[in-house]
Design a protein around this ligand. Structure first.
Ligand code: UD1
Length: 421
């Protein structure tokens, strides 16, 4: 199993290219099921998760081809199978998004209940309620969802989400694009990846209005067409490298980062004493050697502070002067990085959904273990700032969501390498 070895203490100087957003790419890939024409995605991140989604789609009959550069073409000329087995769905929750498109196009599907990072219960009740509102009949048995469209197909409906779930919003948008008539999603999630999906579905022929706001209107179409779509930049990768520069010290431009997608993060970083400002085609982040100030944060749906950046921000706060309170409101079990950060000398106490981080003057390298995607990269950030050697084990979590992490960081002066056993 690979591990990542970091010699801490090097400043990060230079430019880091931000890839396409994983969380957008996976849903855009599912959109390929909605048309018999080819969908071409550019700025695709090369990740274990996107490869995995590709395997599932290939099994359903989609021709998946990685093109030159960051391009991927997906062609679902015919759907060969509407069965998504446990082995291909359990590892990654985003695969569940094939359910609605399959039902919309083929009239029925059988899809395993999903898995994903072990950060909480993560049910799919909101997804299923939305599909039912569109007319699908749903049965659960033996860990599978069996869904069937009524005679005449799915029909648009008004759906009021009790919680602004990202996944349920996207799943509904995908499905409603092939349903008859208008669907209105109230209390929709507003993440930039949702606006990205809305733009893609609109280009394919559905009319999607309001994606990125709390009310989304979708006019479904009987047929959608193939198009080329560029995946939006990854705002979570952006936060990760921004926080790496802040923790290790340095001055770097994040190429392709979208300033407007991370305002809550920039505000928190300013409060901590870090420079973050829009730059040519990206964002510049800089920190001199001064001690950081402690900042309290609470994770919230977009435009609030992202839960996917909470672990990385905690890594930064371990080195601040004073005490920072970090409250997690989206997932119930998302502090697994705290005991691992403590192995590097961090002083963190977790009470329920709150972590109290008492800043220390320095961290010291140690062997640590990655537990989930974002938690593992918080350990890399801490390792970059720590004195001595940090070894991050179980890096397959990192490979799910970070493209060429070691190369991007070492390109800016970090002493980081991957070792295979
Ligand atoms: C997506 C992101 C994930 C991010 C999260 C919140 C992808 C592939 N993943 O996950 O990285 O952390 O948004 O920004 O895009 N919930 C229910 N019932 C449902 C659906 C969700 O109770 O049917 C709950 C979840 O358990 C969780 C909360 O709602 O506590 C947020 O989930 P949601 O916004 O749906 O996140 P995901 O789409 O799973």
């Amino acid at each position: 199993m690979d591990r990542i070895v970091i010699q801490g203490g090097a400043r990060l100087e230079g430019r880091i290219a931000i890839s396409g957003a994983k969380n957008s790419a996976l849903k855009l890939m599912a959109a390929a099921l909605l048309t018999d024409e080819p969908l071409t995605l550019t700025n695709m991140p090369r990740l274990a998760d996107s490869r995995f989604m590709g395997h599932l789609l290939a099994r359903l009959g989609v021709r998946v081809e990685e093109g030159p550069g960051a391009q991927m073409q997906l062609h679902a000329a015919e759907i060969g199978d509407t069965f998504a087995p446990y082995d291909l769905v359990r590892k990654m929750r985003a695969t569940f998004n094939v359910l609605g498109p399959l039902v919309a196009r083929e009239g029925q599907a059988r899809v395993s209940l999903p898995g994903g990072c072990a950060i909480g219960a993560r049910p799919v009740d909101l997804h299923l309620r939305a599909l039912e509102a569109l007319g699908a009949e749903i049965e659960l048995s033996e860990g599978y969802v069996d869904a069937r469209a009524p005679k005449g197909g799915l029909v648009g409906a008004e759906i009021d989400l009790p919680f602004a779930s990202v996944g349920a919003t996207e799943h509904t948008m995908l499905t409603a694009s092939l349903a008859r008539g208008e669907t209105v999603i109230e209390n929709a999630a507003r993440e930039p990846e949702i606006a990205d999906l809305g733009a893609c579905l609109t280009a394919m022929g559905a009319v999607v209005e309001g994606a990125g706001t709390s009310t989304i209107r979708i006019q479904g179409r009987e047929r959608l067409k193939g198009i080329t779509h560029r995946v939006v930049g990854d705002r979570i990768e952006t936060t990760t490298y921004a926080l790496a520069v802040a923790a290790a010290g340095g001055d770097a431009v994040l190429d392709g980062a979208v300033w407007a997608h991370n305002k809550a993060l920039w505000a928190a970083m300013h409060e901590a004493g870090v420079t973050a400002e829009p730059a040519d085609e990206g964002v510049r982040v800089a920190r001199n050697g001064d001690r950081l100030d402690s900042v309290d944060i609470e994770t919230q749906p977009f435009p609030g502070f992202p839960t996917d950046a909470q672990a990385q921000f905690m890594a930064l706060m371990t080195l601040a002067a004073g005490t920072s309170v970090i409250r997690e409101t989206i997932f119930e079990n998302r502090f697994m990085h705290a005991p691992e950060l403590a192995r590097l000398g961090a002083d963190i106490t977790v009470h329920g959904n709150e972590a109290i981080v008492r800043g220390v003057a320095r961290l010291k390298g140690a062997p640590v273990m990655a537990t989930d995607l974002r938690a593992s990269v918080s350990l890399v950030i801490a390792g970059l700032a720590a004195e001595g050697e940090t070894v991050v084990n179980r890096v397959y979590h990192l490979d799910r969501g970070f493209e060429r992490l070691e190369a991007k960081l070492s390109g800016c002066g970090a002493r980081i390498e991957r070792q295979s056993e």
